[in-house]
Design a protein around this ligand. Sequence first.
Ligand code: GSH
Length: 188
Amino acid sequence: MKIYGSFTSPFVRHCRIALLETDIFCEFIEIDPAQSAQMSPTKKVPLLVDGDLTLTDSSSILRYIREKSGSPFLPELLDFELFNMTNTVMDACVNIFYLEKFDNITVEKSSYLTRQKARVLSGLEALNEAELSVQLPLTDGLTRLACFLDWGIYRDRICLKKLTNLTRLLDVARTDKNFIKTVPPING
Ligand SMILES: N[C@@H](CCC(=O)N[C@@H](CS)C(=O)NCC(=O)O)C(=O)O
């Protein structure tokens, strides 16, 4: 089994954490955006290949990893909602990041990006107000959110100053050995 990705992507990080938690052997192959554009029809990472099976989204990859190790994937409705809402907010944030990085299009220059930014802010507030039961091991909904928060801070995209529940979640996640092992590299 091989997983293709980057060491900075929060979507890839969640898969790497799941692999470490389940002890499933999977070779990690680092690829850049040009390679992912060639290898995956979605032109995104992560990408998992296991024999004839190709999975192009972190959600299906996580389900495959969890089920292979005998655990259900996101069995609780509210944890599933947390996972999905985090994905929506994270996609918006990643979008803003890429447009700025590759095309120098900033939020101020685009009304759609202004909407994306508002989505990130209102999403973070709602996530902060959700009643999260934070303890290790984190559920997949909480792991998803922690990967997003850590990436957002790493890329200087979010501020958690007034978001105390999210700060607490990240503090707990940062004590987890697999979260620590998958921390994004400096200058990544
Ligand atoms: N829905 C996808 C999203 C993955 C994603 O957005 N990956 C980013 C890296 S963080 C990417 O490869 N982006 C490349 C691009 O947008 O061209 C998943 O969950 O796997």
